[in-house]
Ligand binder design. Structure first.
Ligand code: B12
Length: 293
């Protein structure tokens, strides 16, 4: 087996980074990286765990002597490396390894939203890019997408739907939008802050939705669209809901890739809140909570 130093060097070179650049990204000096690579110093604590995972080595193999200051930015490298491994597993039709990577990450990170945003979402965007360049078949794209969906679901067990949550939400896409993984992630993000959030996917009949919103006294309707072509449908949809007097207190939250290039457009659709991703949404909701309490 290669030594820790050799593995670290191999990994750094694979990323195309100098010792200085690699060190900067994990909050360490170039000399420290040089010392690691020469097996003069060794990491410990959380950093040891993360580096072990990053380098595909067991902690036992790394558990040796010497001190290391705490690092910043190491998570970034961890996500980047995991995302590369994850997407490779998807391209290799290796669902087992892909899901293992997610499980390992879950053990090594405190905030699951990073896994959604930096690994799963990033992989889906890369897949879309390759597909649009004709470098990925539709079959490959569909397979990779369903594994990503499993990965999202796999993580959701850790976020328990709190039965006593005072606030509730229904999360879905607006017809004819079929891209629904983004709003599934948003649903999980809401559950992580104890909002009772229900994901109902796509192609939802409007009258049944209105019934459910009223019957279950839902506080937030969370809508997503990915394609700009669907913005008019979203606006019409919101207009219809706004005419329902029984839904006067319903807050409508929107988001999705359709607004990436023009977030101003989102505000003209008639929604109460627009957010660009799960972090942005949680931040806005927390500001809102603070301002109303
Ligand atoms: C997987 C996929 C599909 C799957 C969807 C499966 C599913 N269950 O979702 C299928 C095969 C069904 C599909 C179909 C189509 N697709 Co498609 N698809 C994708 C792909 C590869 C990934 C989408 C995805 O899951 N992204 C990952 C999620 C997590 O990201 P996200 O949706 O952006 O969500 C994040 C944020 O935007 C935000 N967010 C999202 N919603 C909300 C909501 C709220 C309230 C908030 C606060 C935030 C928020 O937070 C999320 C988490 O970070 C994209 C590539 C891409 N770049 O996205 C193409 C892509 C979106 N598809 C595209 C196209 C063209 C199509 C089709 C027209 C193809 C066809 N000819 O049939 C159809 C259209 C179907 C339809 N009517 O909607 C184009 C869209 C181009 C455009 N016009 O905008 C893309 C960009 C591919 C490309 N590069 O050209 N697709």
């Amino acid at each position: 087996m290669n030594s820790f130093g050799e593995n670290l060097k191999k990994y750094r070179l694979a990323l195309g980074l100098s010792q200085k650049e690699f060190g900067e990204r994990i909050g360490l000096k170039q000399t420290t990286i040089a010392n690691y690579e020469n097996n003069v110093r060794f990491p410990k604590g959380d950093n040891l765990k993360k580096l072990a995972f990053l380098l595909n080595m067991s902690i036992d193999g790394l558990l040796i002597r010497h001190e290391l200051n705490t690092t910043t930015g190491i998570d970034e490298i961890l996500y980047e490396a995991s995302q590369r491994k994850f997407i490779k597993a998807l391209f290799d039709w290796d669902e087992y390894s892909a899901l293992e990577i997610i499980k390992q990450l879950e053990k090594n990170t405190s905030n699951k939203l990073f896994i959604y945003e930096k690994v799963i979402r990033k992989s889906l965007y890369d897949i879309g890019e390759l597909w649009s360049l004709g470098r990925l078949s539709v079959i490959q794209e569909h397979y990779a997408t369903q594994v990503c969906q499993k990965a999202v679901t796999l993580l959701s067990h850790a976020i328990v739907l709190s039965s006593d949550g005072a606030t509730s939400a229904i999360c879905m896409t607006v017809n004819p939008e079929e891209h629904n993984l983004g709003v599934l992630i948003i649903c999980e993000a809401l559950r992580s802050i104890h909002i009772k959030a229900y994901y109902i996917g796509s192609k939802v009949p409007l009258t049944q939705l209105i019934d459910a919103l009223i019957r279950y006294k839902i506080n937030y309707l969370v809508l997503s669209i990915s394609m700009k072509e669907h913005i008019d449908s979203l606006t019409n949809f919101i207009t219809i809901l706004r005419h329902e007097r029984a839904l006067d207190t319903l807050k409508i939250i929107i988001g999705g890739r359709a607004f990436d290039e023009n977030s101003q457009l989102a505000l003209s659709c008639g929604a109460d809140i627009y957010a660009k991703d799960s972090f942005d949404l949680l931040e806005q909701l927390s500001l809102l909570k603070r301002s109303t309490s």
